[in-house]
Structures are given as C-alpha cells and as structure tokens.
Design a binder for this molecule. Sequence first.
Ligand SMILES: [Zn+2]
Length: 677
Amino acid sequence: MTTTAVRTTATTTAADAPPLDTSPLESSSALLERELTARHAASGPTPGLPAPRVVPLGAADTLGFGHPDPHAATRPTATVQLTSRAVLIGPWGGAADAADTADHADPTACGQCLAMRWQRLRSRSEREALELGYAPHGATAWPVLTDFAVDAVWAAYRATLSGPRPTPPGTTAADRALPQVTRVDLGTLATATFPLLPEPLCPVCVQERPDTAEAARMALGPTPKPDPDGYRLRSLDSYPLPTAALANPVCGALGSDTWINPASTTTAPVAGTHFVRGYAGLNDVTWSGQANSYGTSRTLAYLEGLERYAGTHRRRGTAPVIESLHTLRADGVPALNPADCGFYAPETYANDHLVSPFDPDRKIPWVWGHSLREDQPILVPARLAHYSAGVEADNFVFECSNGCATGGSLEEAILFGLLELIERDAFLLAWYGRAHLAEIDLGSCRAPAIRTMLDRAALHGYDVHAYDTRMDLAVPVVTALAVRRDGGYGTLSFSAAAGFDPEGTVEAALSEVLTYIPHLPYQVAERRDELQEMAQDFTKVLHLKDHAQLYGLPSMTEHAREYLEPTGVHSLTDTYRDWETRRPRTGDLMDDLRLLRDELTSAGYDVIAVDQTTPEQHRMGLHTVSTTVPGLLPLDFGWTRQRALLMPRLRTALRAAGRRPDDLTDDAIKVVPHPFP
Ligand SMILES: [Zn+2]
C-alpha cells in the first residue's frame, strides 16, 4: 500500500480522524458491496450463499495497538475484505475435525482472524503507520473496481461460499482441513487460495480466561522412546504441519514465504521471517533450518518458527496474574524471585534507559509454571518466560529464547530445554572462568557426518576443534571451535551443544559452527571498523551478532588462548567413559529427564517449566516449553547486560567441577565479552 504517513497530533483521536467516506479504500469497499449485492440479488436463490459483507483492510489497525478499528464490529462476520491491491474472500471451508477438542481451540476462523494475520505480514513502514497511530493517506484513487474485476470477485465468491465448496488446493491434508481465504488480485485478476490458521489472540473467537495454577500442573510420566539411544520421540516428517498456512503471502502465521540459500557450501539452509511487536518496537524474528538437505531444513525452520511464535508472546488465551512479589510471598503463593535468575550491574540500570531495577513491591505480570523439584505449580515472571512480552513495570531484564524447546510431548520439550540451559551455562563458565579444557580427538569419531563436516571446513580453510566442556553436571557438553588457518578475517568461530549421546553432541556442535564459517570472513570484513572499535571498547558490543563477529578479528585471538592450549587430547570414548556408565539406556524418556532433574536439584537448583504451547501447535502434536533453572548462568547479549558476571555460580562451579581447588576470585574472571553465536 502506498501511504504517505503523517503523524497525527497528540490530541487527535479516532473521533476526529478523516470521515470514512473520504478514503478511497472506504468508498471502494462500499461500491464493491453494492455491486456484489446486486449480483447476489440477480442470481436468484443459491443454497448457503451469504449476502456479501465487504470491509476495507489496511487503513486501520486490527491488532489493537493503534487507533480503534472503525470496522471492528462487522469485520468478524465480513465475507470480503478489500485491500489496496486485492480482494480477500473468506474465510470459507474448514473441517470441524481439523481442530482438537481441547478447551482453547476453535475449529473456525473469522474475518478478524484473517485481518490480524494479514496485518502482521505487512512491511515495517506499513505496520508502523497502522500500529503507531499515523493517519494513512491514499496516494491516488485506487483500488479501481472495473466491471470485469467485480465479475471475477463475484465468480470466486459464489464458487467458494456456496455449497458444494471446491477442494482447497493445499498440498498437505492439514492445510486442506483449515479455513481458506481466496485472494483475487486487482491488478492481474490472478486468483489464489491460502489456508488460514485460527488466530489464538482473536478477541472475537477466543474468550480470555485467567491463568491458573491447576492448569499449569504437569503430570509427567512414562514416555516410550523409539530406541534407547534416541531422544526424539517422533521423526521430523511425522508432524502434520500445515506448511501453506505457516508461510503464505496473505495470512501465513510465521511469514510470507521461506527461502533457500543455494550459495551456502556447507549446509542447505532454509529461512523465513516476520515482524513481532515487542517492548522495543518491531523485531525482525527469523526462523531457519540448517540441515544437509533443503527438505529437512525447511521442516526444522517451521518448527523453529513455531517455537519462536510460542515464545515471544503468550498465545494461549489466558490473562496473566498481576501482583507484586512481596504480596505473593505474604499470601504464601509459590513464586520465582527474579533475583535468583540474576540482574544486571547497578551501573547498567543507572545508564540504560530501557531497563529499571526490579521492585518487589511493584505489580508485574506472572504466568504459572511447574516446578519439577517440588512437583507443584509456581508463578514465573512473565518477562522471564515470554521474551517479547513486557510492560514498563517489569523491564528489569531482557530475556531471550534460552531454555525454550519443542518436542512431541512435554517431557521431550523439557528435556531439550534443560539441555540448552546446561549447554549455555557450561559455555559461559568455561569462558568467563578461564577453564582449561581437554580437546576431543575428532579422528576418534566414527560418524560419517562428522568426517564430512571436517572435510567441508577444511575446504574453507578452517581447522575444527571440539572440547569437553562439562562442569559439575554429568551430561556431555561440547564446545566446537573453527580456526581459520591463515589467520585472516573470520579467525575464530564458536558453538556449543549438550546431549545424552556423546557423538551426537559433537556432531550437533560441529554442524552449528559449519553454518557460520562460509559467511563469517565477509561479515567481519564488512564491519571491520565497527568491530575494531568494539575490540577497543567492549561497551560497544550491543547485539547478538556482535559477540560472535568480534572473534572474527585476528586481534581477539589472544582472549581465546585457553582453547588454543588444551590440557590434552583424548578419544571420544575415553572422554565420556564415566558418562556411558551413568547414562540411562531404557526405553523411557522420563528416565533421561529424571537424571537431568536430579543432577540439577542435587546441585541446589530448582527446575521450572512453563508450557508455551499454542493452539496451532497443539493441533500439530507439538509441545513448546520455556525451562528455567534459577542460578545457572544465563546467556545474555550486549556487554553491559551480562548477568552471568554477577552470578554466585560463576565463582563456585569450577571448584564444584573439580577444575579449580578454590572459588574463582573477581580478578580471575575473564572480563571480556563471550563469543557465543
Ligand atoms: Zn477470529
């Protein structure tokens, strides 16, 4: 849509916005409704064909951020929505059996659901204009509704909204079972149909209900595994993903499209993206898969996109508990004190206008989670569980997707969430604690995938190393490090993984580092001056990408000396011999989860899971959780926002792991930004 965004004055309200009939989109909508109604009347009785109801789409905010939508009352039942470029017909169809029987699901979608999904896919400038209260001004008197354009819309309207309905074109059964939207392009008359997932935040379809302790209680139990050494319950391609509903240009839940990167010489990457409005404005949320085939990468990308979708905002139709920590404590309600997860340094709160210190007397939003240590529900600050949600009262920390994971059951999702927390904690302990690690002899790994990855890295001029990064917890953690042989830009690249199977863990760490090295030298060369300034002044390290790219500078190698001088090189078998005797090899994933829980609780930590599963995921058989282990080192990006540096565990864990005879003193900490990608 071509808009010249003009900021309305602070005193402007919806009431004195331009009269509806002056907007070209409004008058075209009225014209289209008149024309369709005339054709409807002339066509005689058609069974099931509703009277056309047309509303404009794209001139008012439908997500509830900006000015109220003047069509809010009629949009849910509208059968046609007119945008500046196209006519959207529907939603139509949608089998009742597409939905589950759970309380939070609705088998049908409405016009409001469509409008919300459509608006989320608009460009940044369009969304800012709609959602921040700018008044859109059409540049010209479009859309042009010629007679033959209206005839085309009428033909599509009659075909899709009266029975018998056409079979939806989706390639998967999951897509065909959903409500559909047919788009008629007003420039070309091209007609295409896309599936629409019901919108869980639609105020018309979903009645918000209070979040409760009882609903959060998790009854974890026996979880049969396909084989004792496998930790994923189902194969990736067994999930009924409605792929067209997840990515399509009209109402894709995760974005408009996916794209492949055929230029990558180490993996077959697939990615997608969309904007999510968070406390700091619109964030570009990218989801991707990096496997060795595009098909697998695409499935991984959808799963990651859904996990982010579940994690950024709560999409379960529940209202958070609003209370202060002190009141909850006084009332005897179990609640996680955010202090246990770490805060920033006092200087950060003094200088960083985006954050304020936590105030235990201030009311903040909370969500119910489940403590696996106490086996009972516990309130968790919403800010720590949903990383794009936040209000002014709870801006004490910026959380990221740390500890969020997806699986075919809650048990599987929690297991992988905890493994991620353990991986990052160990990585940060090794880095900030200057741990001297033992190298794993990659020549002793037998997996062909590992051998081929080493060869591919070599073609890029990199040597790859792997280090045993376990601290006081028994589960294998591996850090991978790629070192550019000629010492040029893109010198060092790190990654890490944690898992039950040692060789699988090495493979996961290597596979991640392999995704970075084809691009790193170019990224570093492009940002050379900026990165060199960061190397001189760490407070200029602000974003996620800054951390990893900083170590692409040859001059930063001195800070990674501990990795380049390992304490020894051991075979994979020797490295994890003790673990192999402890690792449960039963057919029940719950035994694996119990081991992780017990490792963490006997080290003195609680283990908390918040169910983030959205209704869309529920329908696909997917579960997403956010896990929290208060006290483990949290991963943060931005040098002035490093909670890890102040955590008691940074002082004690290396001693507990037998890596030091004493606690780490403050002057022994490596006060240099971590290189975690
Ligand atoms: Zn709806």
